[in-house]
Design a protein around this ligand. Structure first.
Ligand SMILES: Nc1ncnc2c1ncn2[C@@H]1O[C@H](COP(=O)(O)O)[C@@H](OP(=O)(O)O)[C@H]1O
Ligand SMILES: [Mg+2]
Ligand SMILES: [Mg+2]
Ligand SMILES: [Mg+2]
Length: 324
């Protein structure tokens, strides 16, 4: 099987990072979130998770680049935070010096040849959801030639049966999408739903209205005759929801037209939906191009569907956008 070693290492890394996030959530108080330069929140769990994932990948694939959301700047200036992150990381990864840990986190700021091979990691996607104790994800993907070839998405609080929450989604190009639910050891092959009439569909979107234009989504849904209320979830758990049939459509139009999506907010989710039989494009119907740097320069608006509804949703998007 292609990418067998990559998948094994990536699954282990995301499992460890998920355990770290759960541990941190038990002790973390909301006031411990620190504001980054762009005013978005970051926590000791974001740093710890990126350290654990990066240390695992660096050991197994020393030549690979790992593009990550976080860097260690804040930790280099704050010994108290640094110590807390170190303690979390050592629980999962064994003994590691503060310098080793910060150097590993700083790998995330590397600039690879984006049209070659690189990993991308979002150590906590949906930090605001994590702080609200709602949905969040640990997202790791391998990109080659602008295309995602492997994705792992840990969703420690993904809604499951009988209160058994948690799900680990993963996919390798050409091999289907699998989910490991809750505490289960047995992986299940999953598939997007087969809804063909948009009136029967449910769509999902961000909780944060600053991240996505809920009002425009509502007009698109209305044009499609969708009656169901939107499923609001933080993080790439939304891609997981489309991949397993919890929703048929994921809409994401940024509120600001200047905003460009970050690659780590989408790479893992895209392959998890596509390998489950779904389709992902931007709002113009173009595939997402992961070769343009840390952001998706060429793509505005993200649409993930069960494939069957894709063209109808694109048509509704065009109709709504032409109304202005
Ligand atoms: N103005 C904006 N428009 C769109 N996305 C934004 C945004 N500001 C931040 N984000 C991204 O939205 C992600 C969360 O997505 P969602 O709303 O689906 O939960 C954040 O990931 P992080 O939480 O990893 O920082 C962040 O990268
Ligand atoms: Mg963030
Ligand atoms: Mg993110
Ligand atoms: Mg993040």
């Amino acid at each position: 099987m292609p990418y067998e070693k990559e998948l094994e290492i990536a699954l282990n890394a995301v499992k460890k990072a998920s355990a770290l996030c759960r541990r941190a959530q038990m002790t973390l108080v909301k006031s411990e979130a620190v504001a980054k330069k762009d005013r978005s929140p970051v926590t000791i769990a974001d740093f710890g998770s990126q350290a654990v994932v990066t240390l695992s990948l660096m050991a197994a694939f020393p030549g690979d680049f790992i593009v990550g959301e976080e860097d260690a700047g804040i930790l280099r200036e704050n010994a108290g935070l640094r110590q807390k992150v170190c303690a979390l990381v050592e629980e999962q990864a064994g003994p590691v010096s503060a310098d080793q840990m910060m150097d590993a986190i700083d790998q995330g700021a590397c600039t690879p040849d984006f049209s070659g091979r690189f990993w991308t990691v979002d150590p906590i996607d949906g930090t605001k959801g994590f702080l609200r104790e709602e949905q969040y994800a640990i997202a790791l993907a391998l990109v080659e030639n602008g295309q995602v070839v492997l994705g792992v998405l840990g969703c420690p609080d993904f809604p499951g049966d009988e209160g058994e929450n948690g799900g680990l989604f993963f996919a390798v190009r050409g091999g289907g999408t699998f989910m490991l639910p809750g505490n289960a050891q047995v992986r299940q092959k999953i598939a997007a739903d087969r809804i063909k009439d948009s009136r029967d569909a449910r769509f999902c979107e961000s909780v944060e209205s600053a991240h996505a234009a809920h009002d425009v989504h509502a007009r698109i849904a209305e044009a499609l005759g969708i009656k169901a209320q939107p499923l609001r979830m933080d993080s790439q758990a939304k891609y997981g929801a489309v991949a397993c049939g919890l929703a048929s459509v994921y809409l994401r139009l940024p509120r600001s037209s200047a905003y460009r999506e970050k690659i780590w907010d989408h790479a893992a989710g895209v392959i998890i939906v596509e390998e489950a039989g779904g389709r992902v494009t931007d709002f113009s119907g173009n595939p997402l191009d992961f070769s343009t740097g840390r952001t998706l320069e060429k793509n505005v608006g993200i649409l993930a569907t069960n494939t069957f509804l894709h063209d109808d949703v694109l048509k509704a998007i065009r109709a709504v956008q032409s109304e202005g």
